[in-house]
Every structure is written in structure tokens, then in C-alpha cells.
Design a protein around this ligand. Structure first.
Ligand code: NAD
Length: 437
């Protein structure tokens, strides 16, 4: 199969590299020349474990190429995937579909022979109809189908998720499109990945339903954590106690500073807006969005309380900036709200992140960046763990105690054991674990 991937970001690049690894011939396109030039030199513009090697081997084998020239990538392709961004629209929270529609117009002009255009981007219900309309209007003579194939990979584990998905969702009722997409994914269903074929609208909505459900699960355990703190219970044990029930499942039950990242915040908001527009409001999702928004700044208040009620003039060391470990993605990371709130309260913030510093510099002001965790902590009045990178779990706690001016640790990811911390003489505050845990 010949595949064109429009958009070579976290999803497009991983999907393109994995498709080429299945044996397809893939052209990855992006409109940012710096990204494409870097990829052509063998440099990966994002941090994703395993991606460098996967891209290198498939590029070398001649199956994976990079270009800014959408036209020649699309002409001759059996399937054209749209994997451009769909961020929140400024002001109203609806998904901004301008990149998708622009890509559709460009693709239309380049179509040559029967082609399946597939939206991999997360798009509101009905977007496929509009993409189809745009293409038909631009190129009335074109032979094509528009399908939805939402992506469920997680950053940080993206290659494994793509190659061993829980399911593959194909939204189309065009028989030829189903045949092409089944051929594209054939290596995976040989591995018995379930393929679900639905209508286009159902596939589009299913992606949002999945993200909203996961965001709800996180928000549920976060509120439970607040209650645990008040009643002297341990949220990690509550999570285990409910998670072992197969009807509930143990995943996404880690209490923390609130969900962030490039998907959940924008997708819950967009779903909420769609539902309101169709006069079928999703009140549960609306509440999840509101609770999560408040939570991030509440985490800064937790730090201020741990510091004795004020952080004015104090230096706070922040470990971890990305929205989760093993990525450099800073979009909507909880650290952004926590740090800004601490700065608003008069604190000076020094931060360290293994991979996210370059992106953080573009999004935060007046933050000092350290080259490693101990350098970040040295002389600080308190330490806040915001992202649970593995390297933070194994830090030398005695060395931390010596480095800190005051032995205060606020652990927003529960990576340390309360009794160890108390035994070492730390003032230790975590999430949903009463002081005795
Ligand atoms: P991204 O911002 O990393 O990448 C998008 C890329 O598309 C950018 O490099 C941009 O330059 C390029 N682009 C935009 N318009 C273009 C055009 N007309 N032609 C060529 N290139 C163009 O975004 P992402 O994180 O990869 O997300 C893409 C989509 O996938 C979004 O809808 C997102 O919601 C969805 N998604 C993301 C994830 C994730 O973990 N990041 C997971 C599942 C689904």
C-alpha cells in the first residue's frame, strides 16, 4: 500500500513510521520545513521512546520519506491520512478544524485515482461530512471516500500502542474504503487486534467518548483523594480496592494534580461544546472539566500550605514539567498552572525536566532551569514533584534533605512512601494519603 501521512507530529510521525514498518510505502508530509528538514537528516523533532530507531531503519529501507510537497505524496497514494492538530479554538473551546479543512482542500487538488482519505486527527462528529463536501466541491471529478480512523496511542508508549492496539476503529460505509483500510492494518489483525467497522459519525464520537470516560475516571479518583485526606484514608488503597473489580479496572485510578496533556483537556471541552450545540448536554463531562480546572491551582495552594502559608520570596524546586513522563510534550501540562500560581504567590521557581525543558521555555516565564534534579533542589525552600519521571523515584533522599533549605516535599504523584519520608524528617505532603500513611 502507498500511504500519505499529512501532519508529522506526535501522531503522524509515529503512525507513518509504524505503517512503513509493516511494509507499506509511506510519505510523511508537514508544512513546517524545519521539521521536515530535520527528519530528512535523521533527527526526530519530538521525544518518543524508540522512534529514532524505527524512523532510521524504515527510511534506510526506502519505505519512509519526508517532504513538504503534499501534492506528490498524495498523487498515487491508496490512503491519505490526515493527522494534523485539532487544538481548542481560542475563545469558545470548540475544536479548531481549520488545519483539517485546509489539509482537505490541498489533498483534493492532488487526488489521482481512487483514494481513501482518512481522518486520524480527533475531530467532532460530522467533520468527515464536511471534509467530504470540501473535497467534492474542490474536485467534482475525484474518485474518493472519506473515512474516520481515530487514533488511541499514548505519548511515551506510542509505538507499542500503535503496534498492539486494543482495537482499530474504522468509520465508513464505503466497501472499497473498508477493503483498503483492512489491507493497511492487515499486519495488526494477524495479531488479532479487533477491528470495529462503524459509521463515520459513530467512529468520530467514539474517540471523544473514550477520552471523556478516561478523564472522568481520573477526576473521580482525584475527588476521592481529597475526601481521603479529610477522613484519614489512603487513596492508593481505595484505588486498588476498587480497581481489582474487573467491572472497574485498575487503570487511570492514580490520584494526582489533575489531567493535562495534548488530548484530554481539549477533547473533553470540545465534546462538551458539541453536546451543548446538539441540545444534549453531557453534564457529567461538564463537571469533570470544571473540577479538573480548579484542581491545578488547588495544587499550588497545597504547596503554599506546606510552606507554612506563604511562598513569597521563597525558592520552590519543581521536578517534572511535561504532562506525563517519557514525552517532551508540554501542552496543557499541570505544571504550567501550578508554576504560574506559585509565581503569582511570590515564589521564585527553579525547575528540572529530563526532556521537556526546551518546550517549557516557550511556555513559561521567569523560571530558572537546572541541568539535573539535585541542581534544581540545591538551596530551595521546598521541593514539588509534578511529573513522575522514573529518575525521580530513585533520588537519594538523604542528599535531598541536605540540599534543601527546609525539608519540605510536596509529592503530587505519590512516588514516595509516607513512612520513609517521615522517618527521614521531611515535612511530606502527598495526594489523598492522610498524614499517617
Ligand atoms: P502535532 O501538533 O504534534 O502535529 C500536527 C502536525 O500537523 C504539525 O507538525 C503541523 O505542522 C502539521 N500540519 C498542520 N497542517 C498541515 C497541513 N495542511 N499540511 C501538512 N502538515 C500540517 O499534533 P498531534 O499531537 O500529532 O495530534 C494530531 C491529532 O491527533 C490531533 O487531532 C490530536 O487530538 C490527535 N491525537 C493525538 C494524540 C497524542 O497523544 N498526541 C493521541 C491520539 C490522537
Amino acid at each position: 500500500m502507498r500511504i500519505a501521512m499529512i501532519g508529522s507530529g506526535y501522531v503522524g510521525l509515529v503512525s507513518g513510521a509504524c505503517f512503513s514498518d509493516f511494509g507499506h510505502v509511506v510519505a510523511c508530509v508537514d508544512k513546517m520545513p524545519v521539521k521536515i528538514e530535520a527528519l530528512q537528516r535523521g533527527e526526530i523533532p519530538i521525544f518518543e521512546p524508540g522512534l529514532q530507531a524505527l524512523v532510521a531503519s524504515n527510511a534506510q529501507a526506502g519505505r519512509l520519506s519526508f517532504s513538504t510537497d503534499l501534492k506528490s505524496a498524495v498523487a498515487g497514494a491508496d490512503a491519505v491520512f490526515i493527522a494534523v492538530g485539532t487544538p481548542s479554538r481560542r475563545g469558545d473551546g470548540f475544536a479548531d478544524l481549520s488545519y483539517v479543512y485546509q489539509a482537505a482542500r490541498e489533498i483534493a487538488l492532488a487526488l489521482d485515482g481512487y483514494t481513501v482519505i482518512v481522518t486520524k486527527s480527533t475531530v467532532p462528529v460530522g467533520t468527515g461530512d464536511e471534509v467530504e463536501r470540501i473535497i467534492r466541491e474542490t474536485r467534482p471529478d475525484a474518485d474518493f471516500a472519506v473515512a474516520s480512523n481515530p487514533e488511541f496511542l499514548r505519548e511515551g508508549a506510542a509505538i507499542a500502542d500503535f503496534k498492539r492496539p486494543d482495537r482499530i476503529l474504522l468509520g465508513t460505509d464505503d466497501e472499497r474504503a473498508i477493503e483498503v483500510l483492512k489491507e493497511v492494518y492487515r499486519p495488526l489483525y494477524l495479531n488479532q487486534a479487533p477491528i470495529l467497522v462503524t459509521s463515520r459519525r459513530t467512529a468520530e464520537l467514539t474517540k471523544y467518548a473514550a477520552n471523556a470516560f478516561l478523564a472522568t475516571k481520573i477526576t473521580f479518583i482525584n475527588e476521592m483523594a481529597d475526601l481521603c485526606e479529610q477522613v484519614g484514608a489512603n487513596v492508593q488503597e481505595v484505588a486498588r480496592g476498587i480497581g481489582l473489580d474487573n467491572r472497574i479496572g485498575g487503570k487511570f485510578l492514580h490520584a494526582g494534580p489533575g489531567y493535562g496533556g495534548s488530548c484530554f483537556p481539549k477533547d473533553t471541552l470540545a465534546l462538551m461544546k458539541t453536546a451543548q450545540e446538539y441540545d444534549a448536554p453531557l453534564r457529567l463531562v461538564e463537571t469533570v472539566v470544571a473540577v479538573n480546572d480548579k484542581r491545578k491551582r488547588a495544587m499550588a495552594r497545597k504547596v503554599i500550605t506546606a510552606c507554612g502559608g506563604s511562598v513569597r520570596g521563597k525558592t520552590i524546586a519543581v521536578l517534572g514539567l511535561t504532562f506525563k513522563p517519557n514525552t517532551d510534550d508540554m501542552r496543557d501540562a499541570p505544571s504550567l498552572s501550578v508554576i504560574t500560581a506559585l509565581q503569582d504567590a511570590g515564589a521564585r521557581v527553579r525547575a528540572y525536566d529530563p526532556e521537556g525543558t526546551d518546550n517549557a521555555r516557550l511556555m513559561l516565564e521567569n523560571v530558572d532551569y537546572a541541568g539535573d534534579a539535585y541542581g534544581c533542589i540545591e538551596g530551595a525552600d521546598a521541593l514539588v514533584v509534578v511529573t513522575e519521571w522514573d529518575e525521580f523515584r530513585a533520588l537519594d533522599l538523604d542528599r535531598i534533605k541536605q540540599a534543601l533549605r527546609e525539608p519540605v516535599i510536596v509529592d503530587l504523584r505519590n512516588i514516595y512512601r509516607t513512612e520513609d519520608m517521615h522517618a527521614r524528617g521531611f515535612t511530606y505532603v502527598s495526594v489523598g494519603r492522610a498524614a499517617s500513611y
